[in-house]
Design a binder for this molecule. Structure first.
Ligand code: MAN
Length: 548
């Protein structure tokens, strides 16, 4: 069957596309191949597999191996039918779809001999498609313009950073000079100070030794006094029975001092001599003993072990009321024994040391320490003051140098990063973008890190640190890789691959985990918006013929 369609041919004349002439071509042939189908000559199969009379073209019998003799029928299994789809986009469909009852071409040309009643919808579809394309193009254009300002801003930041680096380098040099100067001053001031202090060294050692000895003597006196108090019969030995007679040692507060409780304080022995009491027993009993003497606030944690394997059980209070009632009785007894003049009617508040009391004690201690500070003669003190001042000044100058070095290093590191061929990504640094799915909130801080946070619960999982651009060679800046994240249980260290695509704002639009602990982020940003191609009005017209 021969079927030939008249069609328009376009040619370009001085840059404008104009309709030139009409050509004839068989049904289903793309315009660009029309010249191969010349009705005045035999037809050469396009693959060169044979030559047939032109009348065999579209005669519903497949002659050529490549199916090129049957562009408009379903005769060749490997052939293609071309729909021109005037008004929309041309299309090539497999020959088998010709006249199969399904409308494949919007111009209905594939169903010319079927009962499917296809209608030409190309104009409407084409219009809608063009509108959509125009919208997308507009977005792209907007993105492209935004990219230009990102480039501008990025370059500006880079330049400013360069300027800042120069400035910091100068400042650092100056600061180093100051520091060296201060170091000299310090050394000079420390020399005479050292000599002057040498003569105080022996005095100082003596003073410290005296403090230690005083403390030891005080502790021992305190121990002896307590021993005498507990040693009911005054025989110089503490026994299980004597400890049992003192409610103080009822550590579990069950109302009685068991043998076990008593023996604990006697280091598991039946008795304890004064000597052992002074060297170790007192250390164990002191906390509970003094607590009852209202001079000690029970520690909230277990006291440190006194000897290996010997940790006194912390005082146990069943409930506050019991403690108070029992303690009151005990304290009365205690007070009357030790300090008969003490008032025994103090209310419960007096059993505790309050924060203010603690502060007072600390202040007192500090004052004592200050009072105990060695005193130098006037000349030595002057030298010490001068050296102290020199040390302070040196420390300050040294700190300044270190701060500058740190600042400089971080700026230089930042300058070394690759922010894209035109610095367009630089403005993203310092910002973070989030995306939340059903389980997690993901955060991407470009050029820094990628994070995962469970929606319920606390803590963050580091998915990776900024690594490198990882797009294909021809489009390297289309992907970022954040690697070396937290190790995955029985798996790799976590990593995040970031796919970047054009949009009018920078936004994280999705995150998936295609493989366990390997994350895929989708980042939209104008930074990758290229300029959309110019649309040639005529090319977009309904008579465009492009082979797909
Ligand atoms: C956490 C999350 C998940 C990850 C598992 C792996 O639950 O980081 O994304 O798949 O750990 O054990």
């Amino acid at each position: 069957m021969k079927s030939v369609l008249a069609f328009s041919l376009f040619c370009v004349v001085s840059g404008a596309v104009v309709r030139a002439a009409e050509v004839l071509r068989p049904r289903g042939v793309v315009l660009s191949k029309a010249s191969f189908y010349d009705p005045t000559r035999d037809f050469n199969c396009l693959d060169g597999s044979g030559t047939i009379p032109f009348s065999y073209v579209n005669d519903d019998y497949c002659d050529c191996q490549d199916g090129s003799d049957e562009p408009g029928t379903a005769a060749c299994p490997n052939g293609f039918f071309h729909c021109t789809n005037a008004g929309h986009v041309p299309l090539n469909i497999p020959s088998s779809r010709v006249n199969d009852g399904v409308c494949d071409c919007c111009d209905a040309s594939d169903e010319y001999a079927s009962s499917s009643n296809c209608v030409d919808t190309c104009r409407e579809l084409g219009r809608a498609a063009r509108e959509e394309a125009a919208k997308q193009r507009e977005e792209r254009m907007k993105g492209y313009h935004l990219r230009q300002s990102m480039i501008e801003d990025g370059r500006k930041i880079k330049k400013e950073a360069e300027g800042k680096i120069e400035e910091l380098k100068k400042e650092k040099e100056e600061a180093e000079a100051v520091r060296n100067e201060k170091e000299e001053v310090k050394k000079t001031a420390e020399e005479p100070e050292k000599i002057a202090l040498e003569k105080y060294q022996a005095v100082e050692e003596e003073r410290k030794a005296k403090i230690d000895a005083d403390k030891k003597a005080k502790d021992e006196a305190e121990a002896r006094e307590a021993f005498a108090h507990i040693d009911n019969n005054g025989d110089g030995v503490l026994t299980v029975e004597e400890l049992q007679s003192r409610q103080t040692f009822d550590t579990n507060r069950d109302g009685q001092v068991s043998e076990e409780e008593a023996r604990f304080y006697l280091k598991q022995e039946d008795s304890m001599s004064l000597e052992t009491f002074i060297t170790s027993g007192w250390l164990m009993m002191r906390p509970v003993y003094l607590m009852d003497k209202r001079m000690f606030t029970p520690p909230t944690t277990t006291p440190a072990p006194l000897e290996e394997g010997l940790t006194p059980p912390p005082p146990v209070f069943d409930d506050e009321d019991t403690y108070e009632a029992e303690e009151e009785e005990e304290l009365e007894d205690f007070d009357s024994n030790l300090d008969p003049e003490d008032d025994t009617d103090e209310d419960e508040e007096d059993y505790e040391l309050h924060d203010e009391d603690h502060e007072d004690i600390l202040k007192e201690d500090e004052q004592k320490e200050e009072e105990e500070e060695p005193k130098y003669d006037e000349d030595t003190q002057k030298l010490v003051d001068i050296a102290n001042e020199a040390r302070e000044q040196f420390d300050e100058a040294d700190r300044r140098v270190r701060d500058l070095v740190r600042e400089l290093r971080s700026l230089e590191e930042s300058q070394e990063k690759d922010y894209g061929p035109e610095e367009e990504f630089r403005v993203l640094e310092g910002n973070c973008y989030e995306y939340t799915d059903r389980e997690y909130t993901y955060r991407l801080c470009p050029f820094d890190k990628a994070i995962q946070k469970p929606k319920s619960g606390h803590g963050e999982t580091r998915l990776g640190q900024w690594g490198e651009w990882s797009g294909p060679e021809e489009n390297r800046y289309s992907r970022m890789l954040y690697s070396n994240g937290q190790a995955c249980w029985n798996g790799p260290t976590r990593s995040a691959d970031v796919k970047i695509y054009c949009g009018t704002e920078t936004k994280l639009t999705g995150v998936t985990e295609p493989n366990r602990c390997e994350y895929l982020f989708f980042l939209r940003t104008p930074a990758v918006c290229t300029k959309p191609e110019e649309i040639n009005e005529d090319e977009s017209s309904e008579y465009t013929h492009t082979e797909l």
